[in-house]
Design a protein around this ligand. Structure first.
Ligand SMILES: *[C@@H]1O[C@H](CO)[C@@H](O)[C@H](O)[C@H]1NC(C)=O
Ligand SMILES: *[C@@H]1O[C@H](CO)[C@@H](O)[C@H](O)[C@H]1NC(C)=O
Ligand SMILES: *[C@@H]1O[C@H](CO)[C@@H](O)[C@H](O)[C@H]1NC(C)=O
Ligand SMILES: *[C@@H]1O[C@H](CO)[C@@H](O)[C@H](O)[C@H]1NC(C)=O
Ligand SMILES: *[C@@H]1O[C@H](CO)[C@@H](O)[C@H](O)[C@H]1NC(C)=O
Ligand SMILES: *[C@@H]1O[C@H](CO)[C@@H](O)[C@H](O)[C@H]1NC(C)=O
Ligand SMILES: *[C@@H]1O[C@H](CO)[C@@H](O)[C@H](O)[C@H]1NC(C)=O
Length: 383
């Protein structure tokens, strides 16, 4: 495909919000989003530290860096030679260096000597498992897949909460049950099923089906609405009063169910993935741009800025195997809004995609917004 072949006028004439694009407009707009992604990538790398293998973010930059790494790999996999050159250094450097940093900071961890991506939080382990599976897809390095398998096994050790006897705990201290950990467990199992040899595949399919079946019947999920709640109060086993729903658990479940469909051929999983993605399109958008529900625009906290990008990646993956115009339109409108309304002139991308940009720029909101730029690129060039 042409690289950066677009003209400003051409990009103006092609309406990015349109549901169907002419071939010319696809090429022009795809070049535009690739260009945006690559400019943003330069900025992202200013936050990358060679000595830790992490991107400077909100403390502790740990799970956020797994997401930033996934963003870079996604871009390289989508065909950015610029991102590939960066990934060629960053992926192996992070693999060894970040693990060493984690071991250094978590002395008491069981199995730390076996793998530096193990820690006390099952969701963190899921983020890294996904990142290393994407790294494996790009480089076919067996160590990356082995790491994802070991992380899954550790996560499976958290299975069996004291609410409904299923799901995994959020943490090893058993202080919480959260839908993000449960959905990451489903995604990790389903993604592994599509990457390991035939001798192991069924093991992961069985786990993914078991975890999904529990989730679908738990109070974390409303099957009739395809809607995910935030988590379960461990004392009452009910939803907490201030329960919050988030975009990212929906994106993770979309990724998991799409993979489970690919692993089994059962279309119920694909239909469910579309149901979840479509629900977010109507429930968690404003002005046609993705919006995190119940997040104060001026004070988004330190976790939420990462969330929306995760949904964008899940939606882009679903769209790559089962496209719908509405997904491409959401990605393009979000990308345009980020670029036009949520960026300052050093190309920092902020957490509130409708804009305006405000400070607190770091690798977390920035890489999350990049996921929308990359999703727009992917969805447009495949149109
Ligand atoms: C990339 O986008 C920037 C910002 O919109 C623009 O100034 C620049 O001309 C574009 N570059 C190319 C090569 O298209
Ligand atoms: C696409 O672009 C080519 C060359 O720029 C032009 O000749 C052609 O008419 C365009 N087609 C459409 C459908 O716009
Ligand atoms: C990090 O390492 C890469 C590859 O060796 C190098 O190009 C880059 O300049 C280094 N960055 C810093 C800040 O040292
Ligand atoms: C989820 O559970 C509902 C019942 O609550 C059932 O109707 C539906 O088929 C289940 N969905 C899947 C994909 O298994
Ligand atoms: C479940 O276990 C946690 C501690 O691991 C405890 O705080 C909580 O009260 C228990 N809940 C129930 C319903 O037993
Ligand atoms: C989103 O869906 C939830 C659950 O059904 C509902 O409580 C909430 O009001 C909806 N929000 C919007 C903005 O549609
Ligand atoms: C962009 O925002 C960041 C974060 O607030 C700030 O550090 C930087 O100076 C800003 N750049 C410009 C040119 O305003």
């Amino acid at each position: 495909m042409k690289s950066h072949g677009y003209t400003f006028l051409g990009a103006l004439l092609c309406m990015s919000g349109a549901s169907a694009l002419s071939k010319n407009c696809s090429d022009i707009l795809a070049s535009k989003y690739q260009n945006y992604s690559e400019i943003a990538l330069d900025r992202l790398q200013e936050w990358y530290r060679n000595d830790t293998g992490l991107w400077t973010s909100y403390d502790p930059s740990w799970w956020q860096s797994a997401n930033a790494l996934t963003t870079v790999i996604d871009m390289a996999a989508a065909g950015s030679s610029k991102a590939k050159t960066i990934a060629d250094w960053v992926v192996p450097n992070t693999f060894t260096t970040a693990a060493a940093v984690n071991i250094e900071n978590n002395h008491a961890l069981r199995r730390q000597e076996e793998n530096g991506y193990v820690n006390n939080y099952y969701d963190d382990e899921g983020w890294w498992a996904v990142a290393w599976m994407e790294a494996y897809d790009l480089y076919k390095t067996q160590d990356y897949l082995d790491t994802a398998e070991l992380l899954f096994e550790d996560m499976a050790g958290g299975w069996g909460t004291n609410c409904s006897n299923g799901g995994i705990w959020w943490d090893k201290a058993k202080t919480g049950i959260s839908s993000i950990s449960d959905t990451l467990f489903i995604q990790t199992a389903a993604w592994l099923a599509n990457r390991v040899g035939d001798d192991k595949k069924q093991h992961y399919v069985d786990w993914a089906v078991k975890a999904w079946t529990w989730f679908n019947s738990s109070i974390e999920y409303e099957p009739e609405n395809h809607f995910i709640r935030g988590g379960i109060d461990v004392v009452t086993c009910q939803l907490p009063k201030d329960d919050n729903a988030f975009t990212y658990s929906h994106g993770v479940l979309v990724s998991g169910l799409t993979a489970l469909w690919q692993a089994t051929g059962e279309t119920v999983y694909l239909d469910e993935a579309h149901g979840v993605a479509s629900r977010v399109l109507t429930n968690m958008t404003k002005d046609g741009v993705l919006e995190e529900p119940r997040i104060d625009q001026a004070h988004p906290g330190q976790a939420a800025p990462q969330f929306k990008g995760v949904f964008m990646r899940g939606m882009a993956y679903l769209n790559s195997v089962s496209p719908r115009d509405a997904y491409a339109t959401l990605a393009r409108k979000s990308a345009d809004s980020i670029w036009n309304n949520d960026r300052n002139n050093t190309a920092d991308l902020g957490p509130y995609w409708q804009g305006p940009f405000y400070g607190d720029a770091n690798a977390s909101p920035h890489s999350s917004a990049m996921d929308a730029l990359v999703a727009a690129w992917r969805a447009t060039k495949s149109a």
